[in-house]
Design a protein around this ligand. Structure first.
Ligand code: SF4
Length: 409
């Protein structure tokens, strides 16, 4: 389905945002046109090969492939993605899936097929787990979901965190994201965890404000086996981002972090919390212009939730805001006019239509005490990952479900 018909105003004319002076030397290679079609075809052939390895019966192969097509449509709608990003020899079309041309990609696809009909091969139980590794942070972000535990006494040692990662990898997790607090305040800890982890089985990412993401730290994280970096950046206007984050240098840290991450060939995604005030076409387009200039691969759209620092506040987006955000998501991702722009991931888009994928079903959140929660924005503890019966804890997590959405259907 084409989206061009909904385009109203040429992007450049519409983007009257306050320009920042982003200078990136290294940029993500965003592939479009016949090269994108060619890569996509090769990915499809490799998925067919994987399905044939999983099932002997050709009917199962065909039904499994049909299941994957329906699953994809649930995430992105009935659209054709016209771009692919190439990073470090791998090809990515979705932010929350491993890059094609890797063992993790193959195992990830086998795991999706296993949900259709059980396979004999080794599978992942979870697609994504976000794991807070510290309570420490120098910022005071308006939307911080860990606000109540920020800068309190740490309860988890590096040894305990390594134990958590080992336990997660024992269950089979495709991707682990380190969050906090600000994880870069504990960069030695991250490197120790990475050094002890099996990077062939799981890809590791970091969620950072950009603080301390120096050239040297970026290089060391790359050597330790990190795959990708989410850099939180909530406005194209440096002053307004700094105000939202409660620190005068926050924008400059984020900008530097993006540059250093790109130079080390990380998959780089900006992450933005879209507030009601920000949810206009002009702002969102201005933001995407900035993201393109920075050279990142992805942009993640997040919606504000009334938790943490926002607890008790009236922050949820209204239908008129959601309409604009969804319009920008579909236009910039799927229209042939915006091929050089980063790919947008927008969880709210599929969550509203098909339910939540997290909550112990395909992912969950481990907070700064090692407690299991449905996701970072939905904090309802279901036991501790290191104590007690993990299966019972995961069962109670699934039963409690997601606060905002039903289970992914
Ligand atoms: S959102 Fe992240 S960077 Fe901001 S105060 Fe909370 S932990 Fe720190």
């Amino acid at each position: 389905m084409q989206t061009d018909h909904v385009l109203r105003v040429p992007l450049r004319e519409e983007a009257t945002f306050k320009k920042t002076t982003i200078k990136t030397i290294t940029r993500t290679n965003i592939i479009s046109g016949w090269r994108n079609d060619y890569i996509n075809l090769r990915i499809i052939f490799s998925i067919i090969k994987i399905a044939r390895e999983c099932y002997k019966d050709p009917v199962d192969v065909l039904s499994g492939l049909k299941y994957l097509i329906i699953l994809r449509k649930k995430f992105v709608g009935d659209f054709k993605l016209r771009k692919t990003v190439q990073v470090d020899g791998k090809y990515y079309r979705y932010l929350y899936g491993p890059g094609w041309r890797s063992n993790t990609f193959k195992k990830f696809m086998i795991s999706q097929l296993n949900d259709f009909k059980p396979v004999k091969q080794d599978t992942y139980r979870f697609n994504n787990v976000i794991m807070a590794i510290t309570k420490k942070c120098s910022l005071q972000c308006d939307h911080c979901f860990e606000w109540d535990s920020l800068n309190k006494k740490e309860n988890l040692s590096t040894a305990k965190l390594i134990e958590i990662v080992q336990k997660l990898q024992g269950q089979g997790v495709s991707e682990i994201q380190f969050s906090g607090g600000e994880p870069m305040l504990k960069v030695e800890r991250i490197i120790e965890i990475l050094n002890s982890a099996n990077k062939k089985e799981t890809t590791f990412w970091i969620d950072t404000s950009g603080f301390k993401f120096t050239e040297d730290n970026a290089r060391r994280l790359k050597e330790a086996g990190l795959t990708g970096v989410f850099v939180s950046l909530d406005h194209f206007d440096p002053e307004l981002h700094n105000k939202f984050r409660g620190f005068k240098d926050a924008f400059s840290w984020a900008e530097t972090a993006v540059r250093n991450a790109l130079e080390q060939d990380f998959v780089v995604s900006l992450s933005i919390c879209i507030t009601r005030e920000f949810a206009t076409r002009e702002n969102l387009i201005g933001y995407m212009e900035m993201a393109r200039e920075m050279g990142v691969a992805f942009v993640q759209f997040l919606e504000p939730k009334a938790v943490g620092h926002f607890a008790g506040k009236d922050v949820l987006l209204h239908p008129e805001h959601l309409e604009i955000v969804e319009e920008i998501y579909t236009e910039l991702n799927f229209s042939s006019k915006y091929l050089s722009y980063p790919i947008i991931t927008y969880h709210g888009y599929y969550q509203r239509r098909h339910g939540c994928f997290s909550g112990g079903y395909k992912g969950f959140y481990i907070d700064t005490d090692g407690d299991i929660n449905p996701c970072p924005f939905c904090q309802k503890k279901s036991g501790n990952l290191l104590d007690g019966d993990l299966e019972a804890n995961l069962r109670s997590l699934k039963n409690a479900g997601c606060i905002d959405y039903t289970r992914f259907s």
